[in-house]
Design a binder for this molecule. Structure first.
Ligand code: SAM
Ligand code: ZN
Length: 373
């Protein structure tokens, strides 16, 4: 038996979680589901129409029905009949009224194409979400939320740049400290572009990287202007491996030499260069976290993101990256970096910090760091 939130599952958890499981349940995705509950709680509407088109064991679906104190109607789907049968059993066991749930078993894209007026769609496939993006963003109503989970993080982060170009139409950058942030920004760019085709503006409101996956929540808005406004924040990232210089630029501004050390610059993109979080939403999530059953780890992750969201920078620095670039044999503790660079920690890595200082100021203060280190 596995317990998650208010739900008890009679499933065997194998040593290795794989897509070959008869009914898919991944305990490592608890935080992922916790955030779904918290998001729904933070939406202003009291009545919500929610679609979980790859529902698997149904633990996410059942938890949101049982744990979010709102009037929620749910559309559950999974292509696997075994998963559907399992979920139907669960619903009976938990005595969920039939009128709250509609159940389908078909391809998620085909189902989503027929739906309308959804407040929330959760895309959580095996691997890349790209095949489902277009159909997922259509049925949402204005201000509805789209949640995208991507487990092809090594593609987005730069281990397979050709695959990233093919799937996401962007060049990743493995050789920087924040390669996973670059990956999330590429994912965001992809969703923004998919929406823009239909004059929709999908603004990222909460993003995180955790364990083996990236996740971003988007709020839908409608109108060509709004879509254009988002696209204005899509561009390129220039990066110098030698001195850690980084700069967000538009296509016209691509230059090839580092202005500080004349090293050849690397490039990533196109990618999203705007905010990764809506601060108001993050505050609301933080305030309401006690009202749903989220795990200790979810809460810690949220806490760190809450700090991190205060600094709106593209990329961050790491203690090890810094020490390597500036040949610091014995780097001081991260607290010292936070102090000198007025930084905040990042959830992406324990040794990372964000700062709103520009690179020139960072270089200047790095001497200060060294002198007193
Ligand atoms: C990663 S699991 C989803 C996990 C689930 N969201 C949770 O939180 O437990 C992916 C699920 O999608 C289903 N699936 C795979 N391809 C699908 C498709 N084209 N349409 C609908 N469901 C699909 C699989 O049967 C599997 O149960
Ligand atoms: Zn440089």
């Amino acid at each position: 038996m596995v317990k998650e939130g208010k739900v008890l599952l009679d499933l065997e958890i194998p040593q290795v979680v794989s897509s070959k499981m008869q009914v898919f349940y991944n305990p490592h995705m608890r935080e992922n589901r916790d955030f779904t509950l918290l998001m729904l709680l933070c939406m202003p509407e009291e009545e919500l129409l929610v679609c979980d088109p790859m529902g698997a064991s149904g633990v996410r679906a059942l938890r949101l029905l049982l744990e979010v104190p709102k009037n929620i109607r749910l559309i559950y789907n999974d292509i696997s009949p075994k998963a559907v049968a399992y979920f139907e059993e669960l619903l009976k066991r938990y005595k969920v009224p039939q009128e709250r749930v509609q159940i389908y078993s078909e391809d998620a894209s085909l189902l989503l194409r027929r739906l309308r007026n959804l407040d929330y769609v959760d895309i959580d496939p095996f691997g890349s979400p790209t095949p489902f993006l277009e159909s997922a963003l259509l049925p949402l109503k204005r201000h509805g939320l789209l949640a995208i989970t991507a487990t092809d993080t090594s593609v987005l982060s730069g281990t397979y740049p050709k695959t990233c170009l093919r799937r996401y139409g962007a060049l990743p950058l493995l050789s920087c400290e924040f390669y996973h942030e670059v990956g999330i920004r590429i994912l965001i760019k992809k969703v923004i572009e998919e929406g823009a085709k239909f004059d929709y503006a999908f603004r990222p409101v909460f993003s995180y990287s955790y364990k083996h996956y990236f996740r971003v929540f988007f709020r839908k808005d409608i109108g060509p202007r709004r879509a254009d406004n988002l696209l204005e924040k899509v561009g390129y990232l220039l990066y110098c491996e030698k001195c850690l210089y980084r700069k967000s630029v538009a296509l016209e501004e691509l230059q090839s030499r580092c202005p500080y050390c004349d090293n050849r610059l690397l490039m990533a993109g196109p990618l999203w260069l705007g905010e990764l979080w809506d601060r108001e939403l993050v505050e609301s999530m933080w305030e309401k976290r006690g009202r749903v059953d989220i795990s200790e780890t979810t809460s810690r992750l949220l806490k760190r993101i809450r700090q991190e969201a205060k600094v709106n920078s593209v990329g961050f620095y790491t203690v090890s990256g810094f020490s390597k670039a500036f040949r610091i044999g014995q780097p001081p503790p991260i607290e010292r970096f936070l102090e000198v660079f007025e930084g905040v920690r990042t959830h992406f890595t324990g040794e990372g910090f964000r700062t709103s200082l520009d690179h020139e100021e960072v270089l200047r203060r790095s001497h200060e760091l060294l002198q007193r280190a």
